[in-house]
Design a protein around this ligand. Structure first.
Ligand code: HEC
Ligand code: HEC
Length: 372
């Protein structure tokens, strides 16, 4: 299917007399391009869901104890009030103070070279059109802008050991990443509430020998964080209702935008339940030594400005207008199509998604880090 698509579009676009026709009819049934997002997260076989694991993961996600200087949490850069991202082109990590656009690096210079993506819907990253492919068989399409982490469990330790994001200048005597992670795990072991929570979430006896095993480990830390993140999903949208067959879920203008999105070439890359093929493409000049970046999901898109790997698009309209005159990408749209496409993209939004903040965390440090 992926190989055929460019051909189909080439035929359609050359057969198109003017841009207005773009909106009239879709070239294919919508199910050839999109599917509804599942209503429940997908959990891998080696890290199945449990309520205890999810609850532990949530506390860890908001707890700056995971950072070297105990001032940055995952939530500092993936905050529920900011669409589980940080509303900045680039993130400020260790030593910074404040949240979102107000965050200041305090002259520490710990600024990430790339934009923080949202963690919304990471349970589905890389899911293809076959949404019945749910359960143990699902393997993610890869995480990070360059796909360098295969699973959420693998991803979770990245920011913890990253000097800019969370590690900072504490524990400089530990150079080895694994040793450093052990030191962070030791901190957790010193807090009885965390030990109890890990014991509840993970096995504490060897299944063969029945010898006691330690549940507070780097692996289990990553598993808990991944399990919590998988809960943040945004499947309750009008677009999903429409794809599931409720033809009244979208207005005529929104359907016009959807047809332009398909016929104009956007769905070549923004397809499937996530509106992303999760593949690497070069759509504009890329910073930081990469030549191409992964297609981002367009779900709940209005919650996550600014856009692009370098945050270079401050608004959704700007992010769409980047595609003007891009025959090189086989994208064929006129100025006047942008408003319709924006109207359609807004149907991917919902306010009905998990975005609570814990009232307390076991370390008693500042919840979500130094964000005030
Ligand atoms: C200082 C800000 C910062 C902190 C703290 C931070 N992140 Fe991130 N996060 C980022 C940035 C920037 C990226 C993109 C990095 C890249 O692609 O190279 C990212 C990427 C991710 C992704 C990949 C999303 C995707 O779609 O590929 C996940 C998941 C994630 N972070 C979870 C976490 C977790 C869990 C923690 C805590 C252990 C954390 N982050 C801490 C800034 C941060
Ligand atoms: C060749 C594949 C491809 C095509 C075709 C394509 N996109 Fe993209 N899209 C991408 C990639 C890759 C990025 C990330 C680029 C970056 O970060 O610099 C992106 C980013 C975006 C973003 C920003 C998302 C975010 O969260 O940062 C929006 C919005 C978007 N595209 C909409 C569209 C629209 C509308 C069209 C059709 C006019 C389109 N795309 C066509 C691959 C594509």
């Amino acid at each position: 299917m992926r190989i055929l698509l460019p051909l189909i579009f080439a035929v359609f676009i050359t057969g198109c007399e003017d841009a207005n026709e773009l909106g009239s009819t879709p070239t294919q049934p919508y199910s050839d391009f999109f599917s509804a997002l599942p209503n429940e997260p997908i959990y891998p076989a080696n890290n199945p869901y449990s309520e205890d694991k999810e609850a532990l993961g949530e506390l860890l996600f908001f707890d700056p104890i995971l950072s070297g200087e105990q001032d940055v949490a995952c939530a500092t850069c993936h905050h529920p009030d900011l669409g589980w991202a940080d509303a900045r082109p680039f993130s400020i990590g260790a030593g910074g103070v404040g949240l979102g656009p107000d965050r200041d690096d305090q002259n520490r210079g710990n600024i990430t070279p790339i934009h923080s993506p949202t963690i919304m819907n990471v349970a589905f990253t890389g899911l293809g059109l076959e949404t019945d492919m749910i359960g143990d068989d699902f393997v993610s399409g890869g995480y990070f802008w360059d796909l360098r982490a295969d699973t959420l469990e693998q991803q979770a330790v990245g920011p913890i050991v990253n000097p800019i994001e969370m590690r900072g200048d504490a524990l400089p005597e530990i150079e080895d990443d694994k040793e450093y992670l052990k030191a962070i795990v030791e901190r957790l072991k010193d807090i009885p509430e965390y030990v109890d929570l890990f014991d509840a979430a993970f096995i504490t006896l060897d299944p063969v020998t029945f010898a006691p095993i330690d549940s507070v480990t780097t692996d289990n830390l990553a598993k808990a964080l991944a399990t919590f993140q998988r809960r943040v999903i945004t499947s309750d949208t009008r677009f999903d209702d429409f794809i599931r067959g409720d033809t009244n879920a979208l207005t005529n203008n929104e359907i016009t935008g959807l047809n332009k999105f398909i016929n104009g070439g956007c769905a070549r890359c923004h397809s499937g339940p996530m509106l992303s093929d999760n593949l690497i493409h070069e759509t504009q000049p890329i910073l930081i030594g990469l030549t191409a970046v992964r297609t981002p999901s367009l779900r709940n898109i209005t919650k996550t400005a600014p856009y692009m790997h370098n945050g270079s698009s401050p608004s959704l309209r700007h992010a769409i207008a980047v595609y003007e005159d891009r025959e090189d990408l086989q994208v064929n749209l006129e100025d006047e199509d942008f408003a319709d496409i924006e109207l359609f993209l807004r149907t991917l939004d919902t306010d009905n998604f998990y975005r609570e903040i814990p009232e307390s965390i076991p370390s008693s440090l500042t919840i979500a880090g130094e964000i005030h």
